[in-house]
Design a protein around this ligand. Structure first.
Ligand SMILES: Cc1cc2nc3c(=O)[nH]c(=O)nc-3n(C[C@H](O)[C@H](O)[C@H](O)COP(=O)(O)OP(=O)(O)OC[C@H]3O[C@@H](n4cnc5c(N)ncnc54)[C@H](O)[C@@H]3O)c2cc1C
Ligand code: SF4
Length: 338
């Protein structure tokens, strides 16, 4: 049993004050990841700062025609919000592909961004893991790495980011709003999560004294031609082996704009702008989608048990883009099957 203190933040300024005052403190929101990590002994905070009573649970219009999602909006409320359903169905599909209804009721938008990897060794405190204990080594490189990264990994860590929601947010070009001792700032989604490099214990570019207050979506939700395709070992309640968020704008059979991001393949949601640029102006055909997949996977590398993911990702990209182009997103197909 590790003793820790518990306190409640009364407002955002108080939350920042409290986290800045204690380097060993951490925020708790829905607790669906953090409490597991504490129970497993992976993390040992000196203080839990409960932020669940902060007024960060609204979904509001922004001046530029987008939406601002408060950091404490539960994943379920977000997925079923009428504006999300209508204008950002890609995001709704991604959220509903994750976890279980009970977990989604508790999990928050901010917590989803900061959930930690599902690498088995990270949770097993008897094994070396650079993310849990910097400098101890990586058990996954030569170990069981079926779920691990094929893109952007380093010799120090080959873990993947487990979120579904974040893959859609990457494709939609969301921004993360944070408040800290130096005031508020807005972080482009692509700059929020980090690749492992030689500091795999640092997952994001959020500062230790900062709290996520909201996530902002730009106006374009690619609501007509989109798909979130999640390939996993079971049809529900399983993390992605590979997932693909695709959004297209198509005019007269030609792609005007494309968005493409992958989950389950890297230490962060993997958006590929080269493939997006290649798709822009190209006909919305299988050949164009296959070329984009080749671009995304040009530098992919497997670690033995996960070699199969490279071909799986190639096929998933082509399938998701085909579904998006034809206006039959995976979520609609799931509904028909049910
Ligand atoms: C069995 C299981 C299956 C799951 N399956 C999936 C899945 O398939 N797909 C998927 O995407 N997710 C899945 N999840 C993960 C789930 O989505 C996350 O646990 C959840 O989103 C975390 O949100 P939370 O509010 O509970 O965060 P917490 O557990 O409360 O916190 C997580 C981290 O975020 C920090 N934090 C929380 N809010 C803030 C904030 N506003 N500002 C700064 N720091 C903050 C906390 O300090 C902590 O470090 C699964 C979880 C479980 C337990
Ligand atoms: S892949 Fe990363 S999280 Fe997993 S054992 Fe290696 S260092 Fe740890």
């Amino acid at each position: 049993m590790n003793n820790f203190e518990f306190s409640r933040a009364t407002d955002v300024a108080d939350a920042v004050r409290q986290i800045a005052a204690d380097p060993g403190a951490t925020f708790v929101a829905g607790g669906t990841n953090l409490i597991d990590l504490i129970k497993e002994g992976v993390t040992k905070p000196s203080r839990l700062i409960d932020i669940t009573r902060l007024q960060l649970n609204r979904i509001e219009d922004t001046n530029d025609g987008g939406l601002r999602i408060g950091a404490l909006v539960p994943n379920s409320d977000l997925a079923y919000h009428p504006e999300i359903d209508k204008r950002y169905p890609l995001l709704a599909s991604a959220i509903l592909a994750g976890a279980s209804p009970q977990l989604r009721n508790m999990a928050t938008a901010g917590g989803n961004l900061l959930q930690r990897t599902r690498c088995f060794y990270f949770y097993d405190t008897t094994t070396p893991c650079n993310k849990r204990e910097p400098g101890s080594g990586c058990s996954a490189v030569d170990g069981l790495n079926r779920m691990h990264a094929i893109l952007g990994a380093s010799e120090h860590c080959i873990a993947t980011h487990p979120s579904d929601m974040c893959v859609a947010l990457a494709a939609l070009e969301a921004r993360v709003l944070a408040a800290g001792r130096n005031g508020e700032r807005s972080i482009a989604f692509a700059d929020f999560h980090r690749l492992p490099g030689d500091t795999p214990h640092v997952d994001t570019n959020l500062n230790k004294d900062e709290i996520i207050t909201a996530v902002e979506l730009p106006p374009n939700g690619f609501a007509k031609n989109y798909s979130y395709l999640k390939i996993r070992d079971r049809l529900s309640y399983a993390f992605a082996l590979v997932s693909v968020a695709a959004g297209l704008e198509i005019e007269n059979g030609l792609i005007r704009q494309a968005r493409l991001a992958l989950g389950g393949v890297a230490h962060k949601p993997w958006r590929d702008r080269r493939a997006e640029a290649q798709l822009s102006g190209a006909p919305a055909t299988r050949e164009s989608f296959a070329r984009a997949a080749t671009t995304v996977l040009r530098e992919a590398r497997g670690f033995d048990h996960n070699d199969f993911k490279i071909e799986l990702a190639r096929r998933a990209i082509v399938r998701a883009l085909t579904q998006a182009a034809s206006g039959t997103p995976q979520s609609q197909i799931d509904k028909r099957v049910r």
